[in-house]
Design a protein. Structure first.
Lengths: 333, 318
């Protein structure tokens, strides 16, 4: 065997006539399907029609979240051209919470209760896209900044947004605070069912735009200079991707609340499993991994260990460890 | 100049003494016409609270300064190095397994955990050959997040989430006589830091330089870490953690008077006390008669100032 075939990043490793990405994708698909089936059927007592429709809704929201988080993270990493930043590390979901809190703070609790939930969601989306585009244009399309500075600034922005939300929440009257808390509090065990329909539509629309840009992602990940050299309209593409990311993050935060490290976890795993950076493989792999983590993890915790909401804590723990290792490895090189 | 800052802080303290729901007025106290209830509130609630604010502010700010000297990085402080989170973990563990222990013993356990957490942080840093200025706080914040997740998991299993929330959210509204005295230990640590200030200044110039001057580098490091851990634990146990305080005050002071620790310690102490007093007064007035915990006010002000410090000059761009 020639020396370069031993290299783990080599995609030419084959078992029979299967290439490595294909093996990975098929295995992941199988595992994802398995976790979905287990999630739907394990411990089911009583009428099947009830169980299936009840769990089906939960499953749909988990899959939506998994898809949104995985896509947004991988795309964001491509647009910002590094493997450490993710939208949530940059304070994206804290921004969503802040926007929601500000609506209640400035327009009163009536705004949250009286206006139709879906209309409100669309409005929040628009504000979110506007703000985050401003923020990211300033951070990414302006002068070149060091990666560490970007990450640190992102984290501190996240803390700032969170503190502002807390400040406003404390200044609300207790009744309004409770309603807001209810609409903000969500976990993998209890997702918000009213937003399922509109979220699905939005995610499908975003995906249509996203898949059409597919050819651009691989070019973008070669770096800014090369991408421009290859004839890509760099600024426009990056700006468009950031808009897509903002929408996806809003969807996932609205459904389950903020999860800081989940995206990082699946994107990193996907990259190292697939072994090359072609988005045609990495994107599906990370979506499948996210589904396995969320649906499988939730099944395991709910049915086997009877833990319910602790999944997000476990994901935060694992993600944090992965993050430290990534940062250290990068700077050790 | 220092005298002026000191007077300003005293003035803030005076204001802090007379902000509150029940009516306690300065003229009445001075002329002796205040009724017994007002006197009691003054002695049991107002004076302890103001003292606690000053003590916690000064000692946390000094802890931040010591940490920055020892780690040789401007952007570390107990809450960006995993120290505060480790202290919370220790406090949680001791609350779970030995709920009957006196507060002092619990505080010591928390301090031990804080020490271990900070040592782990330094250990991880040593694995990085190339030290980027910004990498250090980044790793620290993440380590804090990981330790925080462990703590949250235990608290969640033990139904102690509410207590954990209270420890992580610094708040002086519960301070009355008999519940803040531990903070004097923090002041003691501050004095110790002042006495050893020259050593820390030298240690801040690096290991080789320190050894060359005939100092035991290791011993100075350990002393610094012990001071930082004890202060973090004391503040956490008595009022809850206060983010960013140890980061902002020393940095602003260093912009004003430089890096010689012998000169900066008094400034940092006075500045920390004044800053905490100001934030607390704001938290008490903004939604009078209700209160907003100081950690929230500090979170907003602190992260904004931190962002300013980070983006102030483009010289960090590598």
């Amino acid at each position: 065997m020639p020396a370069d075939a031993i290299d783990r990043t080599d995609t030419r490793i084959r078992i029979g006539r299967w290439s490595r990405p294909a093996i990975v994708l098929w295995t992941l698909s199988f595992l994802a399907l398995l976790s979905i089936v287990l999630f739907m059927t394990l411990d089911a007592k009583g009428s099947w029609s009830f169980v299936l429709s009840f769990r089906g809704k939960k499953l749909l929201s988990l899959v939506l979240v998994a898809y949104a988080v995985a896509m947004s993270t991988v795309l964001f990493q491509t647009a910002s051209n590094n493997r450490i930043l993710t939208p949530s590390i940059m304070g994206f979901d804290a921004l969503y919470v802040l926007i929601k809190t500000s609506i209640v703070f400035f327009f009163g609790i009536g705004a949250l209760v009286s206006i139709d939930g879906q209309l409100q969601f669309v409005f929040e989306l628009l504000v979110m896209v506007g703000f985050s585009t401003l923020l990211f244009r300033w951070l990414f399309l302006g002068q070149e900044r060091s990666l560490h500075l970007l990450v640190l600034v992102g984290i501190v922005f996240g803390i700032l947004f969170r503190s502002f939300s807390q400040l406003m929440q404390r200044m609300l009257d207790p009744g309004a605070f409770n309603v807001l808390q209810d609409s903000l509090f969500a976990s993998f065990a209890t997702t918000d069912p009213t937003l399922l329909g509109i979220s699905t539509v939005i995610v499908v629309l975003v995906s249509l735009v996203g898949w059409r840009l597919m050819h651009a992602y691989d070019v973008l990940s070669l770096g800014r200079a090369t991408a421009i050299n290859l004839g890509l309209d760099y600024k426009r593409t990056v700006a468009l991707i950031l808009v897509l990311v903002a929408i996806l993050v809003s969807v996932s935060t609205a459904l389950v609340g903020p999860v800081t490290f989940f995206g990082l976890l699946v994107a990193t795993l996907a990259h190292s499993l697939v072994g090359n950076s072609k988005h045609r493989y990495v994107l599906p792999a990370s979506v499948l991994l996210a589904v396995i983590c969320l649906v499988g993890g939730q099944t395991l915790l709910e049915r086997v260990f009877a833990f319910d909401t602790a999944l997000s804590i476990i994901i935060e723990f694992l993600g944090g460890v992965v993050f430290i290792i990534l940062v250290l490895r990068r700077s050790a090189r | 100049m220092l005298l002026l800052a000191f007077l300003a802080t005293l003035l803030l303290g005076l204001v802090s003494l007379f902000v509150g729901v029940s009516d306690v007025s300065l003229p009445a106290l001075l002329t002796g016409t205040a009724d017994a209830r007002a006197l009691e509130i003054f002695a049991v609630s107002r004076v302890p609270r103001t003292l606690a604010l000053m003590l916690a502010g000064a000692s946390m700010a000094i802890a931040g300064l010591v940490m920055q000297m020892v780690v040789r990085n401007r952007f570390v402080e107990p809450s960006t190095a995993g120290t505060s989170e480790s202290a919370a973990l220790g406090f949680l563990v001791v609350t779970l397994f030995a709920p009957g222990w006196p507060l002092m013993a619990k505080m010591l356990v928390a301090a031990l955990f804080a020490l271990a957490g900070t040592a782990l942080f330094l250990r991880i840093l040593r694995a990085v050959p190339l030290r980027d200025v910004l990498l250090v706080p980044l790793v620290g914040i993440m380590l804090g997040g990981v330790i925080g997740a462990v703590t949250a998991f235990i608290a969640y299993r033990a139904n102690l989430m509410a207590s954990l929330l209270a420890w992580n959210m610094g708040d002086f509204s519960g301070v009355i006589r008999g519940r803040y005295e531990l903070l004097w230990i923090g002041l003691l640590c501050g004095v110790l830091a002042y006495v050893a200030a020259d050593r820390f200044t030298v240690a801040g110039m690096g290991k080789d330089f320190t050894t060359n001057l005939g100092l035991n580098y290791r011993r100075v490091m350990v002393l610094g870490l012990v001071i930082v851990s004890v202060v973090s634990a004391v503040v956490l146990v008595s009022v809850g953690s206060i983010p960013f305080l140890g980061l902002i005050v020393p940095n602003v002071v260093s912009l004003m008077v430089g890096d010689n620790m012998r000169r900066t310690v008094p400034w940092v102490a006075v500045g920390g006390a004044g800053f905490v007093l100001a934030c607390d007064i704001v938290g008490r007035l903004i939604r009078f008669p209700y209160e907003i915990p100081i950690a929230v006010v500090m979170g907003v002000v602190g992260s904004a100032v931190f962002l300013y410090l980070l983006l102030r000059t483009p010289r960090h761009a590598s």
